[in-house]
Design a protein around this ligand. Structure first.
Ligand code: SF4
Length: 441
């Protein structure tokens, strides 16, 4: 790296400072990695910085080139600092640290390498989606407060609107729910209090044995068709670049409410063809997925931590389905010529490892999906490595920048991004896709 980016540490009291004379390094499953200029960007607005308890920062000594542990600075005990990047950014490398024995399990965030240079923070990341729907600067608090109260007044008896406003907007600051009250872009439609998987990193449900808490409470009721149609229809009819998405972080698996979603889509499509009706799902019920396509579903996003069955099963811990059902759901959506995205968990050193790339390519050759939505793995990386039984091998990795280049070069029709696309965006990519869509609406 032409100019050094200094590592940053914390004094454990929330004060962060740089360490001159050292260079920030990153971490991948294959171990510490040196970072090039193209691997780092200024810390995106809307990102958070955390200190990592009972862990020791790793950095490169500029004078000797050696990788060093930094546990103290000027006699003061220090902790590694990490960045939880804002939406729309892909992680190039995670924070380099060594855990002390009995270090507590880290909560459900992604831990990206961060450093300091010329008066600002830099992270090992890259913007993967130009869509600004979740950029912090697009959310003005006063406007949000007014819009939230307007929505509650407009739908006084709608439990789901109440959930989205009081719980998602006001309590959690969910960007998708914020866009709903601002009547634009992607609108969430959670429907399911239960799930048929037990994902290691489930955001809405964690057992006591996991050692960390869920990031949010799961919806506790099943809405009605009327409650859904009441706010989804105006959104489809009036919002800019409208997308309605079943399957949110604050719920279980939407396919378990397949009949409700089917009826809702039928009513919505009987009234308007505008916008996109999308389903974020674990893909566990191919027959239900097919019925939703028949009802008018436009796009589906299936979550995958890996295209290798054994790693998929060790993470999703499915209760009553298997990896084959997920693949079958994709095949059926392909048969109906609908848009297919995978919600692909990114872990440097695993995602870009030749075995995982080969498995992903096998999937792409069988089903030319339309999009990979990259999601930085929101889980303690060492816990994930342990639970999945991942070997840390330095061989056979191409690095995340190399992986992005490889995918773009070999699969030019594939959209690499972060968000469920609106119709106008889909149109551009359908033209490139080998799985031609007979009629692009
Ligand atoms: S599929 Fe979704 S709701 Fe179900 S366990 Fe996994 S993350 Fe949680």
């Amino acid at each position: 790296m032409a100019e050094y980016i200094n590592p940053v540490v914390s004094d454990g009291q929330g004060n962060i400072f740089e360490i001159p004379g050292y260079t920030m390094v990153g971490m991948s499953l294959s171990g510490p990695i040196a970072l090039a200029s193209r691997d780092v960007i200024p810390l995106p607005e809307g990102s958070d910085l955390f200190e990592l308890p009972a862990r020791i920062a790793l950095a490169q000594n500029n004078a000797t080139g050696e990788l060093m542990e930094i546990s103290h600075y000027h006699g003061q005990a220090v902790l590694p600092v990490t960045a939880f990047m804002a939406p729309a950014y892909i992680q190039i490398a995670r924070t380099a640290f060594r855990s002390r024995p009995n270090a507590p399990t880290l909560p459900l965030f992604s831990y990206t390498a961060v450093g300091w240079h010329r008066g600002r923070f830099y992270v090992a990341g890259k913007r993967i989606d130009r869509d600004q729907r979740q950029d912090l600067r697009n959310f003005e608090q006063a406007r949000l407060d007014k819009a939230s109260q307007d929505m509650l007044r407009r739908y006084p008896a709608n439990r789901l609107v109440e959930h989205l406003v009081r719980n998602c907007v006001i309590r959690y600051g969910c960007p998708a729910a914020r866009n709903f009250v601002l009547e634009r872009w992607e609108c969430p439609a959670p429907v399911s209090p239960s799930c048929n998987a037990r994902c290691v990193g489930c955001l809405s449900k964690q057992g006591n044995e996991s050692g960390f808490v869920a990031s949010m409470d799961r919806i506790s009721f099943i809405p009605t068709v009327n409650e859904l149609v009441e706010f989804c229809l105006p959104h489809l009819e009036k919002a800019a670049r409208p997308v309605i998405s079943f399957g949110q972080g604050c719920e279980g698996e939407p396919l378990l409410q397949g009949e409700l979603i089917e009826k809702t889509i039928k009513v919505l499509r009987s009234k308007t063809q505008r916008g996109v009706i999308n389903l974020n799902t674990n893909g566990s019920r191919p027959e239900t997925v097919e019925r939703l396509c028949q009802a008018g579903l436009d796009s589906i996003r299936l979550s995958l931590n890996s295209a290798q069955e054994r790693y998929y099963s060790r993470y999703f811990r499915p209760r009553d389905y298997a990896f084959e059902q997920v693949m079958e759901s994709m095949r059926r959506v392909a048969r109906y010529e609908r848009w297919i995205s995978i919600n692909y968990f990114i872990m440097p050193g695993f995602t870009d490892h030749v075995d995982e790339v080969k498995a992903l390519e096998d999937l792409l050759h069988e089903i030319p999906i339309n999009m990979i939505q990259t999601r930085n793995l929101n889980c303690d990386p060492e816990l994930y490595q342990r639970l999945l039984g991942l070997e840390s091998s330095p061989d056979g990795t191409m690095g995340i920048p190399g992986w992005l280049d490889y995918m773009a070069q070999h699969y030019p029709w594939l959209k690499l991004g972060y968000f469920n696309p609106p119709r106008v965006e889909m149109k551009k990519y359908w033209k490139l896709c080998p799985r031609k869509k007979t009629a692009v609406p």
